[in-house]
Design a protein around this ligand. Sequence first.
Ligand code: NAD
Ligand code: UDP
Ligand code: UDP
Length: 318
Amino acid sequence: MPRYSLQKRSLVTGGAGFLGSHLCERLLAMGNEVICVDNFFTGTRRNIEHLIGHQRFEILRHDVTFPLYVEVDEIYNLACPASPIHYQFDPVQTTKTSVSGAINMLGLAKRLRIPILQASTSEVYGNPTVHPQTEDYWGNVNPIGPRSCYDEGKRCAETLFFDYHRQHQIRIKVARIFNTYGPRMHPRDGRVVSNFIMQALAGEDITLYGDGRQTRSFCFVDDLIDGLIKLMNSADEVTGPVNLGNPEEFSIAELADLVLQATGSKSRIVFAPSPVDDPRQRRPDVTLARTLLGWEPVVPLAIGLPRTIADFRSRFFA
Ligand code: NAD
Ligand code: UDP
Ligand code: UDP
């Protein structure tokens, strides 16, 4: 379709969520027009209230499981509940969002001949038997468990992306995102960073699941957004999948100590049972992102955690 404006028009699905809101903000700062599409299942207007009224920003309440006809130059497909509490609330809808949502957004990309980025996840590796995970590892995923709606939904979305690429020559960019944290995380998403911060600030017990020796790596949101934008703007032949995450690995018990130190809280640490299929170890190998995109995370937990705590304090304990 002919166009009058030279500004790039970006569509961000899931734009009112944690990552989506930071992405919308960054794209606006780059001078793009941004259409934020969200059904407000886990995202909130509050996450984007500072963008409302911006000349180049627009919000559409829409569920990506239904077709969407808009005219844009690129698509960032982030719509999907991301934390276990949220994606297990309505697991059928979670799979529909990943699968039907991907089909609709790929159909849109196909009609417009534009690039599309998929927010995939380290969960496609399941409970990995290879450590750290490189992109060529196929994963160890339970197809019928309580996490499957998310893991298998995201795996099927990746399949669709690669089939649209092979069959219809769509320019695809698949990012496998590892645990990311930062301001605007949902306070009750049950994730470890948000749980620990909320518990520490409220003076409640810190709930350590299992023995606390399981590991994760935590990427600060600003680093992750840099990675997504670099990936979208990479050469056409760069399709991914590309791991994006922080390779510095911490045990969950170490994280609990860091949160206690950074908040100055007197909360006690208590042990609780491990969730079903809880991966023991997770750390990205980001060699590919470093080589292809010149990207690597620069914000350590020691800097990102206090920034996140300050945000939680101002939102919930002011
Ligand atoms: P989030 O829950 O804050 O954001 C997801 C957004 O998608 C929300 O605003 C929600 O309302 C919206 N949404 C859900 N279903 C929708 C639908 N059917 N139609 C339209 N909008 C819908 O989660 P997040 O942490 O910002 O995650 C964003 C994306 O990144 C997700 O696709 C997630 O799977 C992926 N991801 C996130 C992480 C992480 O650590 N945060 C890790 C791996 C992958
Ligand atoms: N679609 C959409 N917006 C568009 C173009 C397509 O939402 O601008 C949806 C449409 O509903 C379709 C899906 O994307 O079901 C897949 O499109 P594709 O062209 O691959 O398939 P087809 O239309 O042939 O089923
Ligand atoms: N976890 C914990 N206490 C909590 C929340 C989570 O010990 O209050 C643990 C959880 O069992 C897992 C790790 O922290 O081993 C990361 O959990 P999260 O749900 O944040 O992310 P994911 O399992 O998807 O990586």
